[in-house]
Design a protein around this ligand. Sequence first.
Ligand code: PMP
Length: 414
Amino acid sequence: MSTLTSSLLDIKKIRLQFPVLHQQVNGKPLIYFDNAATNQKPKQVIEALTHYYQHDNANIHRGIHTLAERATRAFEETRLAMQHFINARATAEIIFTRGVTESINLVASSYGRAFLKEGDEIILSALEHHSNIVPWQLIAQEKKATIHVIPVFDSGELDLDAYRKLLSTKTKIVSVNHASNSLGTINPVKEIIRLAHQAGAIVLIDGAQAAAHIEIDVQDLDCDFYCISSHKMYGPTGAGILYGKKEILDEMPPYMGGGEMISDVTFARTTFNELPYKFEAGTPNIADVIALHEAVQFIDSLGKENIAAHESELLEYAAENLATIPSVKLIGTAKEKVAVQSFNIEGIHPFDVGQLLDAQGIAVRTGHHCTQPLMDRFGIEGTVRASFSVYNTKEEIDNLVKCLRKLTQLSYGK
Ligand code: PMP
């Protein structure tokens, strides 16, 4: 069987849907392994953007003319698609934001300001991206709350016993990622949520790295908030969602004030719009939200299970083959992982590895991946990170391994 064709997906055919992949970079065919930062967009997503601006461009919700109605309908259809994508109970629970960063800031700021008080505790994990650390630090400082951190084992798995010990009646919020962008670890979020609820805390899940890879069912997880960025699930940049349980969102004050989020305004007093519009002040990112619908349909057309199966095959293949290079040290070896493999090469700075690979047309990410506390935990400055998507192939991984082997032989004269 060709390595281009996984058992259920025709990868060659899928690749044809991604125009950006078919180019030379530095004289070599592009190999794009920076999918955890942002993945590439299929033609139908790109075409949806152009179609919107060529045919339907209008501001939404307030207009009564035909274009405004078309734009509003398409925008709201994405909300419905996202509701189904994560199995939320209602569209009122889907708030459009710019992405995970804004979603977390919204919750930290609105929920935190309304409900946190001095002495309360927030639990994060050592695996968090800066965007799931800094918003909590800002509100914790304001409210004199304390942040505790679930430690991580050398494998990249969280220490759940330590988590159990951190939980107490003082714990008000637990905020962790579904999957780590630096190490790939898939966290046992259902158990993390169950334990937090037992202690009386609410839970936010950062789903940035999960949306394109893991089946998400917010009702089954029973999380209170779930955050997604469109650009990590084949959709455009600048769009994303915050899912929140309606009963909690109802109790939260608005995050930003402006048009759209109001019901009635006088200089004396303003009343707020119903959910989800209460949290959607101003003109949103209409075109990108509309194109996100195509990304959802793309994922659904392939089936997340099939995508995950192909990516797992790639991850296993990459880990096995990278490990055969003597000076390579794999970082992040959890049993359950999304298709992210971090590594370092003894004696060569990750940045240099990244540059040398770029010269061969191979795009990887190097550095701390916005997880500096995690890098500190591992005593490293950063890693080289190869992250895989549905359009990647084993041949591309062979090329990566070949380039790295050559690089280490040149460095060590072996
Ligand atoms: N959390 C994780 C785990 C991420 O990987 C990222 C993006 N690298 C973010 C949060 C932030 O996402 P965005 O920049 O799309 O807001």
